[in-house]
Design a binder for this molecule. Structure first.
Ligand code: DX5
Ligand code: ZN
Length: 215
C-alpha cells in the first residue's frame, strides 16, 4: 500500500492542531514525526511532550523517525508517548539487531533508516526482522533540501533484494520528495513517501491533493 506521510517538521507549530486536522480531513492516515537530538544530526526538533499531546487528538499512524544517538535509551519512552512505528538509524546503533528486537518486544512496528552514503549491506542480516526500511534521500537534519538523484538506484536495488527474499517490507523515502519526483520514487520501489516542505509550505490541502493524484 502506498502512503503519503507528511513530516511534522515543516508544520506551523503555532497552529499545529489546525495543521494536523487539515491532514486528517484530507484522508492522510500516516504522520511522520522527526526527532532530532543535536548530536546525530545538527538540529534539535521535538520530543515527548509534543508527541503525547497530539496523540490525544489523532488517530493517524505515528511514524516516529529517531535521528538520535543510541536510540535504545529512548525507544520505550517513545513507545509510551504514542509511536506506532519506531525507526532507528543503523549508523546510530552499536547493536542494531538488539535494538530491533527491543522495538518489536514493545509491540511496535520497526523501521531501520540509512543515510544516503550508508550501503544497503548493513541490512544483510536484519532485513527479515524489520517492517520498514527508511532510505534518506537527503542528509538528515533539515527540511527543504534537494533530493539526491543517485538514491533512485538505491531504492531499486533495495526493492529487488526485498523481492528476492520473498518479503514485502515497506520502503520509505525521506527528503526532497515533491509531486514532481513522486512518480519516479514509486517506480523505483518506494511505497511510503515522506514530505515536509512540499506538504506544509503553501496551501496544505492543495499540496496533498496534488500528491494523492499520483499515489
Ligand atoms: C530530514 C527529515 C525529513 C524532513 C523532510 O532530516 O528526516 O523528514 O522533514 O523534509 P522535506 O520533505 O522538506 O525534505
Ligand atoms: Zn524524517
Amino acid at each position: 500500500m502506498n502512503y503519503l506521510a507528511p513530516s511534522i517538521l515543516s508544520a506551523d507549530f503555532s497552529r499545529l492542531g489546525e495543521n494536523l486536522s487539515v491532514l486528517e480531513k484530507n484522508d492522510i492516515t500516516m504522520l511522520h514525526v522527526d526527532v532530532m537530538d543535536g548530536m546525530f544530526v545538527p538540529s534539535i526538533s521535538l520530543g515527548f511532550p509534543i508527541i503525547e499531546s497530539i496523540r490525544k487528538n489523532s488517530s493517524m499512524i505515528f511514524d516516529v523517525h529517531l535521528m538520535i544517538k543510541e536510540p535504545e535509551r529512548y525507544v520505550e519512552r517513545f513507545s509510551e508517548s504514542g509511536a506506532d512505528i519506531i525507526t532507528v538509524h543503523a549508523e546510530a546503533c552499536l547493536h542494531l539487531h538488539r535494538t530491533i528486537e527491543q522495538i518489536k518486544q514493545l509491540g511496535k512496528k520497526c523501521g531501520v533508516a540509512l543515510n544516503p552514503a550508508t550501503p544497503l549491506s548493513v541490512l544483510d542480516y536484519v532485513l527479515e526482522d524489520v517492517d520498514m526500511v527508511l532510505l534518506m534521500t537527503v542528509n538528515p537534519g533539515f527540511g527543504g533540501q534537494a533530493f539526491i538523484p543517485t538514491m533512485y538506484e538505491k531504492i531499486k536495488t533495495l526493492r529487488n533484494r526485498i523481492a528476492e527474499r520473498g518479503l514485502d517490507t515497506d520502503i520509505e523515502v525521506d527528503g526532497g520528495i515533491k509531486a514532481s519526483n513522486t512518480k519516479k520514487a514509486l517506480e523505483a520501489g518506494a511505497n511510503i513517501l515522506v514530505a515536509g516542505s512540499a506538504v506544509f509550505w503553501g496551501n496544505i490541502e492543495e499540496n496533498i491533493k496534488e500528491f494523492q493524484k499520483l499515489l
